[in-house]
Design a protein around this ligand. Sequence first.
Ligand code: PLP
Length: 398
Amino acid sequence: WRAVSDRIDSVAPSATLAVDSEAKAMKANGVDVIGFGAGEPNFPTPDYVVEAAVRACRDPRNHRYTPTPGLPELREAIAAKTLRDSGYRVDPAQVVVTNGGKQAVYETFQVLLNDGDEVIIPAPYWTSYPEAVRLAGGVPVPVFSGADRGFEPRIEDLEAARTARTTAVIVNSPSNPTGAVWSADTIEAIGRWAVEHRIWVISDEIYEHLNYDGAHTAYIGESVPEVREQLVVLNGVAKTYAMTGWRVGWMVAPEPIRAAAVKLQSHLTSNVSNVSQRAALAAVGGSLDAVAAMREAFDRRRRTIVRALNSIPGVVCPTPTGAFYAFADVTGLLGHELGPHHAVAQSSSMLASLLLQEAHIAAVPGEAFGAPGYLRFSYALSDDDLKEGMRRFAEWAR
Ligand code: PLP
């Protein structure tokens, strides 16, 4: 007799959500924890989006199921937005609206992979990618690029990892966890390489509008038109419009993948909450003013946190130009006596635990992203909390 399947047993829980819930539990117990863990903007959802949802609640038409792949109007708005931002035309029929970008990631691998198929995942990677691949019976193949290379994958490294079982490669720029924005040359080279070897490209563009210092998101479907037949674009409203809790994401995929994802979703969750879809329609169909305001605040915090991290002896943090994460190399702190109790961390994971317990700041260890020796700090928190959190880190590490 056994309780759970081998399949679910082979998967790790989301480390980012785990850190966040531990921090929240400590807070609930009266400990004043500062959370750098969650990838969640600290801004409210824009008013006009909330108003659209309130109106939607009152309209009985929205008390019913929508088509599984989403409201036709929302799919049209997503197609129009793709043309506006990514620079190429997609058919609204290619869009599947999902319960957050996370469900789009899950469904993509469920419909793409057979047992043993390999997915090349540039590391450091978002913690859910390898687990979503494993849940689909696939084999994650991480390819690491460190801070010295700007966390940007090299084609020769991807090529060295390619085998007859390679089915897909993930592109995530701007990146979680590194905040790196991959160059247009790298994006184009990956597209050409994928076309040459008939490899699916999964392009997660959820941080597309969060760029700093003049960096631009390069869109693989725009730079390499030939890749579109083997390209799945993943995106959502969470990060651009401060809508993490509304749970609206999507995929844009060519026909066999799209139809397969709709079939899967029809048995899994059916449609996304109608009210949330109406809110997403107001967001996606509206302007980018709200994200411009948030970007300004993020940019200010980005400079503050990078300066603060680099002023701590033993910490080295390259300046990220995208998303809202600082990814710091903390190997210089490992193996030393630190903190009021002279604790010694042998790994970034131990260091994150010590920082939470002793300095009351929550950061996510690099182990969760295929990058031991690093800590990820989300700077989507208030300026005051950010400064106080960094003060605690510096004092603890002194
Ligand atoms: N992709 C990346 C790279 C992310 O960081 C996240 C959230 O943290 C997601 C996708 C999924 O976001 P959501 O499911 O909230 O839309």
